[in-house]
Design a protein around this ligand. Structure first.
Ligand SMILES: NC(=O)c1ncn([C@@H]2O[C@H](COP(=O)(O)O)[C@@H](O)[C@H]2O)c1NC=O
Length: 531
């Protein structure tokens, strides 16, 4: 294992917040008679394990002060970490200064993310920003030429082994540990940036809103997924270190582990039901698109209505509900092959019943979606945008403009409001036909609005066992109609009212065609493209 670049570990600096796992190191220190320098409670912990520890204060000749804000920030510590002992000049300088070099530094940092997640106030959170720790970690990582830096308790056993054998680490091993340590401090700082930038925004006195010149975020690895979108693609789930109770932290109450595609579809489904915060809503999603979405007076009713939109596509789909899943709903779901069900909670009997379906992944997510930005990778870059959330300006029907026909009656307006919220979840170009708080025909993901209109009408009527579901229904379009043709497909099929953003240069042509067809048309002024 060792080579000519190996350096035995004769003197170590240990300063850790989490003391778990230190026993194995303590045994090694005792066995190899390693000189150990340590801070406050770490020193006590090691001393209790029989290690002969020198307190950091003895090395610095300076008391720990400012409630622990200053413990190791001292040249007698940092010159000992940073002296490159392969450099004769460094070696002689620290000798003259009476400073001894360290061969290994073991540090883990104040639990900043845990503190935020615990709901601590700002002052408590600030105290959990570790300063001395990352300074030692970065110094030791910079000096991988002669120092081994250990930040991961999983590496304690190998460190103990190398202390006992006297081999230490080779240069390439120290360099790897250094890279790992830099990743650790970078992620730590990125987490602090995420927290701080949400609170400490640019004040007007400095010019107000803008973003930093670098996009810095840390994501914690939660699990390696079996594979990605296809079996030849590797995939990993990373989660926000500062949040909990959200979709990415979902509790799996039954079924097999989630796959990459399960996460993508279930996230879409989860988001779409929360577009209906004031209603009980259920979505059935396939390939990120709803094949049914409905609101109801009960969750079971909402599910039945959503499922009825397209029972064929619901096979192998993902179901999301924005309220507790009832036994009545579970009894229906039991008979439908479903990949994932996601809800804030389950009635105990419903859960028991669903858990009998071994292949059904049952997710519990206590909170509505929290993510406020959307990140998408492009070749060589990232696109970051605000989440598409409903705007009171254009999405509230009070602010819609009637551009053709009579003002909608109460029931029709309710359906239009439903259709407008529901179409947000459909991939563009999106045309959605709805009736009685349920989608009845969805035209998704087409490259022109005419095809989306055809698709919505065809799906509404061909999947309905001979019933005509477009006559008397309403429709929503996620963006304006560039021509009247797409709209005419809907009115020819009997749709009685349409809502869309407007904004086309041919708006007047579209409005006139709507007038001529005798339907009601509203424009919202807000678009909801979803690519
Ligand atoms: N301020 C300092 O000089 C300093 N030096 C080390 N620490 C941190 O203090 C912790 C260990 O302290 P203790 O052994 O006293 O429990 C470690 O997480 C370490 O990263 C410091 N704390 C915070 O900045």
């Amino acid at each position: 294992m060792s080579d000519s670049t190996s350096r035995p570990i004769k003197r170590a600096l240990v300063s850790v917040f989490h003391k778990e796992g230190l026993e194995v190191l303590a045994q090694a220190f005792v066995k190899a008679n390693t000189e150990v320098v340590s801070t406050g409670s770490t020193a006590k912990f090691l001393a209790n394990l029989g290690v002969n520890v020198t307190p950091a204060e003895e090395v610095t000749g300076f008391p720990e002060c400012l409630e622990g804000r200053v413990k190791t920030l001292h040249p007698h510590i940092h010159a000992g970490i940073l002296a490159d002992m392969t450099n004769p000049d460094h070696a002689s300088q620290i000798k003259q200064l009476g400073i001894k070099p360290f061969d290994a530094v073991v540090v883990n940092l104040y639990p900043f993310a845990d503190t935020v997640r615990s709901g601590a106030n700002e002052a408590e959170t600030i105290e959990k920003i570790d300063i001395g720790g990352p300074t030692m970690v970065r110094a030791a990582a910079k000096n991988a030429a002669t120092v081994a830096i250990i930040t991961d308790p999983d590496d304690y056993s190998i460190l103990a082994d190398r202390i006992i054998t006297g081999e230490g680490f080779t240069l390439s091993e120290r360099r790897y540990l250094a890279a790992k340590a830099f990743a650790h401090t970078a992620a730590y700082d990125a987490t602090i940036i995420e927290w701080a930038s949400q609170r400490w925004t640019k004040p007007q006195s400095l010019g107000g809103k803008d973003s930093f010149d670098t996009y810095t975020r840390a994501w914690d690895k939660a699990q390696t997924l079996r594979y990605g979108e296809n079996s030849h693609q590797n995939a990993t789930l990373y989660i926000d270190p500062l949040t909990h109770d959200d979709f990415a932290h979902a509790e799996l109450l039954g079924g097999k582990p989630m796959s990459y595609n399960n996460y993508v579809d279930a996230d879409s489904a989860w988001r779409s039901v929360w577009d209906f915060k004031n209603d009980i809503a259920v979505a059935v999603v396939k390939h990120s698109n709803p094949c049914g979405l409905a609101i109801g007076t009960t969750v079971a009713e909402a599910h039945k209505k959503a499922h009825a939109c397209d029972p064929m596509s619901a096979y192998g789909g993902v179901i999301a509900a924005n309220t507790t899943v009832s036994l009545e709903m579970a009894e229906t779901v039991k008979h439908i092959f479903t990949e994932v069900i996601v809800a804030p909670d389950y009635e105990p009997e419903a859960l028991k019943l669903l858990q009998t379906k071994k292949n059904l992944r049952i997710l519990k997510v206590p909170t509505a979606p929290v993510t406020h930005e959307q990140i998408r990778a492009i070749d060589g870059g990232l696109l970051v945008q605000d989440m598409d959330v409903f705007q009171s300006s254009g999405d509230d029907s009070h602010n819609w403009t009637l551009v053709a026909g009579e003002a909608a009656d109460e029931a029709t307006l309710k359906d239009l409001e439903f259709a407008w919220r529901a179409v947000r979840s459909v991939k563009s170009n999106a045309i959605l036909i709805a009736h009685d708080g349920a989608t009845v025909g969805i035209g998704m993901g087409q490259v022109n609005r005419v095809d989306s209109s055809h698709l919505a009408v065809d799906r509404a009527n061909t999947l309905a066992d001979g019933a005509n579901r477009t006559r008397g229904a309403v429709a929503a379009s996620d963006a304006f109609f560039p021509f009247a043709d797409g709209m005419k497909i809907l009115t020819d099929a009997g749709v009685k009212a349409i809502v869309h953003p407007g904004g086309s240069i041919r708006d007047e042509e579209v409005f006139a065609a709507a007038q001529e067809a005798g339907i009601t048309m509203y424009v919202t002024g807000t678009r909801h493209f979803f690519h």
